[in-house]
Design a protein around this ligand. Structure first.
Ligand SMILES: [Fe+2]
Length: 388
């Protein structure tokens, strides 16, 4: 046990359950929002979810403005346009509806609406996020995928159009006032997206668990998230309308994001570079990379991975921690196979010619700094080679 003083902080207000969306007007009232800006992406307009939300707001006589042009990786220019709509509509709060992109965009809309300026002014890497003082207009986050857990997180990832790079804006004030988790909103997610986003949630849990910090609450939450993914991801992929499986996957995603307050590890560095260089979707990249990363970390994570094996329902009685850890790694590879994730990055368009650039970018990424086993550039290259 650490001899230092530890701080544990879990301030999120979460409503969970099938049909929770019907209570949206109540939650809008609770946050004090009179005139929300609804932020979403163009794809959402063609789903069953968007008309449902519209009808609910209309029935409650809630006047709202709409910004529906968030890009898949939200751009700083998206935010500027959304804030224009916010101001024009005299809005006083934000409802983010969609996947991680819509939610990340909504979070920084709160910041610019309150403080002015450009999103780049609040970039973490320049310390700009220290200028986020609050109060910010309240936000309600409604995820329609089960992966990033952005609905309970304090960060946004935004792409600068001028600089052609992604940057983070993080502040505890960015945490939405309310996260509304309704599994009915995720039943139309196609199987490949369900699989990829679900494995992103899994990777958050397993990487957070492996970080060598003292955080027993995050560890417990990560283990429960892993258990839910192990039990329900395959069902959610194969039976998209299964509300129970969709519900547990929403919980796993939210819990993964709570757990990674502890930080992440090497799989996220590898996957950030894979998305930037080869446009491999984040969840798919994590799903493929987490298996070699778990093998790489195994010696230093025997106890943690033995618990992961138990989360998969493996009877570890009488096994050494090392045997159980091996079983956990096998179980993850097996889950990938069952949900249609390719074993190798070559199946996702990655070639040997990409390896140098990928390695350079992954090494610059901060996530591997908290990986339980220190990663050299050569280690990251070898992990890519193994995954290729
Ligand atoms: Fe992730």
């Amino acid at each position: 046990m650490s001899q230092n003083i530890s701080q544990f902080s879990f301030p999120n207000n979460i409503y969970f359950g099938a049909g929770a969306i019907d209570n949206l007007p109540e939650y809008v009232q609770d946050t004090g929002i009179k005139r929300p800006l609804l932020v979403t992406d163009p794809g959402m307009l063609n789903t069953e979810v968007f008309p449902r939300v519209k009808t609910i707001l209309k029935a409650a006589d809630i006047q709202y403005s709409l910004f529906s042009n968030v890009n898949p990786n939200p751009l700083d220019s998206d935010i500027a346009k959304a804030v224009e709509v916010f101001k024009k509509g005299n809005c006083d709060g934000v409802i983010g509806l969609g996947g991680g992109s819509a939610l990340d965009a909504s979070k920084v809309v709160q910041v610019i609406a309150a403080h002015g300026g450009k999103v780049n002014d609040y970039d973490n890497s320049t310390g700009g996020n220290q200028n986020i003082k609050g109060p910010l207009p309240p936000m309600i986050a409604i995820p329609t995928t089960a992966g990033t857990g952005s609905e309970v997180g304090s960060c946004s990832v935004i792409t600068s159009v001028a600089q052609g790079r992604k940057f983070m804006v993080c502040s505890p004030l960015l945490r939405p006032a309310i996260a509304l988790l309704d599994p009915e909103l995720t039943t139309s997610l196609p199987p490949a997206l369900t699989a990829g986003t679900g494995m992103d949630a899994f990777t958050h849990c397993v990487e957070a668990l492996a970080v060598k910090d003292f955080h027993p609450m995050c560890d417990a939450i990560a283990l429960k998230g892993i258990e839910y993914v192990a039990q329900y991801l395959e069902i959610a992929v194969k039976e998209p309308k299964n509300i129970e499986a969709r519900g547990y996957m929403l919980l796993a995603a939210m819990m993964g994001a709570v757990a990674f307050q502890k930080d992440l590890g090497a799989a996220h560095s590898l996957s950030h570079a894979l998305s930037a260089v080869c446009h491999v979707p984040h969840g798919l990249a994590n799903a493929i990379c987490i298996v070699p990363v778990m093998k790489f970390n195994k010696e230093l994570c025997l106890k943690e991975y033995a618990r992961v094996a138990a989360c998969f329902g493996i009877n570890t009685f009488g096994m050494s921690d090392e045997e159980a850890a091996d079983k956990a790694i096998e179980a993850v590879a097996d889950l990938n196979k069952k949900i249609g994730i390719p074993e190798k990055l070559s199946r996702a368009g990655v070639t040997k010619a990409h390896l140098e650039e990928l390695t350079e970018k992954a090494f610059l990424d901060g996530c591997h700094g908290t990986n339980p086993r220190k990663c050299t550039k050569e280690d990251l290259m070898n992990l890519y080679k193994e995954a290729l």
